[in-house]
Write a protein that binds this ligand. Structure first.
Ligand SMILES: [Zn+2]
Length: 463
């Protein structure tokens, strides 16, 4: 009983710590269950409703081997595993758990044909421990919460059977050799940025002897510029718990993947470094930030031939980057150069922190209900300087690609609204239009579009 109270308090605390985020920002969340990323149905999103992280119940329950039944007429979700039964109804704050009434903070909601319920409810009623990494928008669910309960012997020392024999770090990989497979609980913390890997019911084997009295062991990370420090310790006794902390150095964002191979737990890190700070005064160059839209867990729209917008945006963005790098008067900075997802706020902050001169966000348009619609649209937000930049790039794009001119427009998009420099958002063409998609995906046209964007930027900067 004590343990479940603790879990409840912990969860409450965790949820309390989650900063308010708009629905837009919560869209790109990934869910990991026991280290495996859950494949979410295409339309499924994790949303934040009044500070409650809402997760799709079916995909989680099914992965936990619960049976899930949906009654469309009554809007009821029935979840069953053995004698454990949970009954939830869309729009109703009260759920039935093994015939007891449980009140939910937020009633289950139907969002895009998927029932979502508060993460807290899932944690409490389905016996999962939950983690939420706000920065990378990761929900971590762990069913491995059945830690040994109270110690059975009087001495109070719980003999953890699992032991760690070796911990190594090289080439962005943490490798932990264990007696038995176990799914650690991974959390990320900030200030400084670090990844905490907790192995429940696990002791330090032979390597623990070097550590006396709760001391910490350290790995040599001198070959890894992105790592400040990796330390490990027997974090808790009774039951034993080993904690490994990876402290990151100068990293803007980090993604990780975990797997277990032949008794070794492997954590693969992929990190994006902070850009080297540029001082406009000393370089004398104009700073241009190119923002390929979406990325990573956010695919953007889907094209006529079912390709994600993020691929088009990145392909064109990299071509623009390559051309701008040849300009001696321009310093080009990318918000992303790979398939990752910086949040919109992070993109804005990057450009504002750099005191950039120009910000260009690259997108592909879509209107699935009207696949005949085609053409180029260019957006600015209110500022005259942005409008001027928009006009110049738009004119060049129309000339280069020959798409229908759907005009320069005032648009209230976060990346052009909150940036403080001349900022535009380009909807190069309609990916939902069959022939326009084909044109947009062709190398030749992407090169033409990239040149047009660069020409517009140069005209604007009078270079
Ligand atoms: Zn877009």
């Amino acid at each position: 009983m004590k343990k479940s109270m603790m879990m409840l308090l912990f969860t409450a605390l965790l949820l309390f710590l989650i900063p308010m985020h708009t629905q837009a920002a919560a869209k790109q969340t990934k869910i990991f269950l026991d280290g495996q990323e859950l494949v979410l149905p295409h339309s499924v999103e994790v949303v934040n409703i009044r500070n409650n992280i809402m997760i799709p119940i079916r995909v989680v329950a099914e992965n936990l081997k619960f049976n899930v039944n949906w009654d469309k007429k009554t809007q009821n979700v029935h979840i069953q595993q053995g004698s454990k039964a949970i009954s939830l109804t869309v729009g109703k704050n009260e759920a039935l758990v093994e015939n007891d009434t449980v009140t939910l903070n937020v009633a289950p909601q139907m969002i895009k044909n998927t029932v979502v319920v508060p993460m807290r409810f899932v944690s409490e009623e389905m016996g999962l421990s939950v983690g939420w990494n706000n920065k990378d928008k990761l929900v971590t669910l762990s069913s491995n919460t059945s830690l040994p309960s109270e110690p059975s012997n009087e001495s109070g020392i719980e003999a953890a059977t699992n032991q760690i024999h070796e911990i190594n770090y090289a080439s962005n990989q943490l490798v932990v050799s264990l007696d038995q497979e176990i799914t650690p609980v991974i959390t990320t913390l900030q200030n400084p940025e670090r990844i905490v890997v907790d192995f429940p019911s696990t002791n330090l084997g032979d390597m623990g002897q070097a550590l006396s009295g709760g001391a910490m062991g350290r790995l040599d990370t001198s070959e890894s510029p992105n790592i400040t420090d990796i330390r490990y310790s027997l974090f808790k006794n009774d039951p034993a718990q080993v904690r490994i902390v990876i402290e990151l150095n100068n990293v803007r964002s980090v993604n990780y993947e975990q797997q277990t191979i032949a008794g070794k737990f492997i954590l693969d890190l992929s990190m994006v470094n902070e850009p080297v700070p540029i001082t406009p005064v000393s370089s004398g160059k104009k700073i241009v930030v190119i923002d390929p839209g979406h990325g990573g867990s956010d695919p953007g729209t889907t094209s006529f031939s079912k390709k994600p917008e993020k691929i088009f945006a990145l392909a064109l963005g990299l071509k623009v980057q390559a051309l701008l790098q040849q300009e001696s008067g321009i310093e080009v900075i990318m918000t992303r150069e790979t398939d990752i997802y910086p949040t919109r706020s992070e993109r804005v902050k990057l450009a504002n922190d750099l005191k950039a001169d120009v910000f260009v966000s690259i997108h592909g348009n879509s209107v699935k209900a009207a696949p005949q619609v085609s053409g180029t649209e260019t957006y600015y937000y209110q500022r005259e300087s942005s409008k001027e930049l928009a006009n110049l790039i738009h004119h060049n794009l129309i000339k280069a690609l020959g798409f229908k001119d759907r005009s320069v427009r005032n648009g209230n998009y976060q990346v052009i609204r909150e940036t403080t420099m001349s900022a535009v958002l380009l909807e190069i063409g309609f990916l939902s239009n069959k022939s326009e998609e084909e044109a947009m995906m062709s190398e030749t046209n992407q090169n033409k579009a990239a040149q047009a964007i660069v020409d517009g930027i140069k005209e604007y900067l009078t270079l």
